[in-house]
Design a protein. Structure first.
Ligand code: AR6
Length: 174
């Protein structure tokens, strides 16, 4: 199995040790992938999230997975795109790095990410994909216990952007 996989699908169906939620700083749910994860996990997820006191952009906090088929949910608020001069690139890389650190501390071997910040938060897709792949590649080196990271793209356009970015990152380090 390749250490980084890109698939099209619904992250709520993935049997990874941890899935990542593209949350907001309240951690109290929302639309997009956040809404889908809360619906599939059931109301106990929101109850646990209420105890966490929110989460800063770029940071990560873990909960149980309840009715989801994974073991943990790692919640990370991505940056809202404000034109690129508000530290968005660094904050997006922080999301991936901190989620992998959190997953490693939980003993996870397999982690699934959605495309953080490229929906409601409007981060440009190609730019986000390059940042994600670079941060994941770096994280896999730092945390060798994590054997596989899957990016679960909801649509073909997103999938194509991540495949292209993976090829670029692999070429840059060949
Ligand atoms: N599985 C995988 N990816 C999904 C799914 C799913 N079930 N559903 C949507 N996506 P978004 P953001 C994709 O908006 O931009 C929420 O309200 C979606 O097509 O979910 O980080 C939060 O509470 C897109 O490619 O997250 C925050 O307020 C990607 O997931 C805000 O939105 C991210 O889109 C976060 O915005």
């Amino acid at each position: 199995m390749k250490p980084i996989q890109i698939i099209t699908g619904d992250i709520t169906t993935i049997h990874a040790d941890a899935i990542v939620n593209a949350a907001n700083t309240s951690l109290l749910g929302g639309g997009g992938v956040d809404g889908a994860i809360h619906r599939a996990a059931g109301p106990a997820l929101l109850e646990e999230c209420r105890t966490l006191g929110g989460c800063a952009t770029g940071q990560a906090k873990a909960t149980g997975a309840y009715r989801l088929p994974c073991r943990h949910v790692i919640h990370t608020p991505g940056p809202i795109w404000r034109g690129g001069t508000a530290g968005e690139d660094r904050l997006l890389a922080d999301c991936y790095r901190n989620c992998l650190a959190c997953a490693a501390s939980l003993g996870c071997q397999t982690v699934a990410f959605p495309s953080i910040s490229t929906g409601a938060y409007r981060f440009p897709l190609d730019r986000a994909a390059r940042i994600a792949l670079q941060a994941i590649r770096d994280g896999l080196r730092v945390y060798p216990a994590i054997t596989c990271v899957t990016i679960v793209c909801f649509d073909a356009r997103t999938c194509a952007a991540y495949e292209q970015a993976l090829a670029e990152v692999e070429r840059a380090h060949a």
